[in-house]
Design a binder for this molecule. Structure first.
Ligand code: COA
Length: 166
């Protein structure tokens, strides 16, 4: 049984993440979606809220498990005995950062491998920050995040969802 870990902040999960997870789940026997800590970010949603949104978004994919960890990603991999990290590549601009992360993880845990899935063209521009910014100003985020996540975002920013397009 080959397992892989897909780590991220997921603040919140977007349709771009879900696309990568769905495709990863077709390649590996199990994909563990890991809410990990990015020390350079202060999340909008609590850990519990992010886990809840992921649970709802991924409920129809049987071979996906959701977990969380505070600490180095490689320590989590060792703990659960998984050697594959899935990452999504959206644009050339992602490459340098991803390259650095993959090499750092390899240095810390030589047995691990980072596998890159190229993002679907329609999500190459997407990021959690962009979705948060649009929602904060009451813009339309339909098609960018699941409806459940959109509801949570508008609630967070105290924005009425009377418009069907939102
Ligand atoms: N579709 C849409 N958006 C995507 C995406 C996709 N396929 N892939 C990434 N993104 C977005 C993310 O939502 C994120 O948006 P944001 O910056 O607005 O929040 C952005 O692109 C960057 O994503 P990512 O590089 O995955 O950052 P992250 O903060 O989500 O995750 C961790 C980074 C948590 C994986 C990393 O910090 C980590 O491994 N932490 C653990 C500690 C550790 O081991 N550190 C050393 C690592 S070398």
């Amino acid at each position: 049984m080959i397992k892989a870990v897909y780590p991220g902040s997921f603040d919140p999960v977007t349709n771009g993440h879900i696309d990568i997870i769905q495709r990863g789940a077709k390649i590996y026997d199990e994909v563990i979606v890991l809410v990990a800590e990015n020390v350079s970010k202060t999340p909008l949603f609590s850990l519990e809220e992010r886990l809840d949104m992921l649970k709802e978004a991924l409920k129809d994919i049987p071979n996906v498990r959701i977990d969380h960890f505070s600490g180095l990603l490689v320590e989590y991999l060792k703990k659960i005995d998984v050697k594959i990290i899935i990452r999504g590549l959206r644009a050339v601009s992602d490459f340098e950062y991803e390259f650095q992360q993959a090499l750092t993880n390899k240095k810390l845990y030589p047995e691990c491998e980072t596998v890159f899935l190229v993002s679907d063209l329609k999500y190459t521009f997407l990021s959690s920050s962009m979705v948060k910014e649009i929602a904060k100003f009451g813009g339309c985020i339909k098609g960018l995040v699941p409806d459940y996540v959109a509801k949570k975002l508008y609630e967070k920013f105290n924005i009425e969802m009377e418009n069907e397009d939102r």
